[in-house]
Design a protein around this ligand. Structure first.
Ligand SMILES: [Zn+2]
Length: 256
């Protein structure tokens, strides 16, 4: 009953290459990370991450298409997600959003499929796991205009403290990953400081964005612990307290 554990709320364990899924889960458990949510990003991923969620008790999934995969979109994806969402292991729509970092040539298409997926989340009453890379204003404006009833998680939040405050005012949640452990990540440390504990979630975005002291290696859910430790220091609270509240937040938002 009183066991404290962590949840990795965004982890592409289907993309981890150096260790098997069984090892990923074993390492996570020994680091006190009990539940893992795996987002889909491409059309192929949807089947893969759904299967993972069916196979492993403590793995859940978000289903959706990443903005960088927008060109592969077809409306049949909506029906597929509707069908899969009958499973309680499908806990959100994600990762969805806007990404202006690599290629801005299909921004309009990104926006169009972002909106369709927001509406799907609303229809299914599922939370939205949001990818926003260098697209803060458009992401915010579209969510504000189109999202009616879904809870919003800003995955791997990368905006300013001011933008975090704007998001929180909307009732959205801020998920922080390994970047907060980087020595020179002043902005993210400031975000960690100001986000109220009740609005905070933890994640790894594995296999990417590996936290210190494992930077340079492949990331895995077990390492969410380093992010939790860093944030607890920044917030001047115990790791126990941080773990308890962020886990409670995730369980409440995702209904797990
Ligand atoms: Zn991701």
């Amino acid at each position: 009953m009183n066991e404290t554990y962590l949840i990795d709320t965004h982890s592409h364990i289907n993309m981890v290459e150096n260790i098997s899924t069984d090892e990923v889960i074993k390492n996570a458990l020994s680091a006190g990370v009990k539940k893992i949510i795996v987002p889909a990003s491409s059309t192929n991923d949807i089947d893969d991450v759904f299967e993972l969620s069916q196979k492993y008790e403590d793995i859940y999934c978000y289903l959706g298409i990443h903005p960088e995969e927008a060109k592969d979109w077809d409306d049949g994806i909506l029906n597929k997600i509707r069908e899969y969402s009958a499973s309680p292991k499908v806990v959100g729509i994600g990762e969805i959003g806007l990404d202006y970092y690599w290629d801005k040539s299909y921004v309009e298409l990104q926006k169009e499929i972002f909106i369709k997926q927001i509406q799907l989340g609303n229809e299914l009453n599922l939370p939205l796991n949001i990818h926003d890379r260098e697209a803060h204003k458009d992401t915010f404006d579209i969510l504000k205009e189109y999202n009616k009833n879904s809870k919003v998680i800003m995955h791997c939040f990368s905006g300013s403290p001011e933008f975090a405050i704007e998001c929180i005012k909307e009732g959205w949640y801020i998920a922080l990953g390994g970047v907060v452990t980087f020595k020179n990540a002043k902005k993210m440390k400031e975000v960690a400081k100001i986000v109220p504990l009740e609005k905070l979630l933890l994640e790894t975005d594995a296999p990417y964005l590996t936290p210190t002291p494992h930077r340079g290696e492949e990331n895995q859910p077990a390492y969410v612990r380093f992010t939790a430790e860093e944030i607890s220091k920044i917030k001047e609270i115990s790791l126990e307290e941080l773990a308890k509240q962020t886990t409670l937040n995730a369980e409440k938002i995702l209904n797990i």
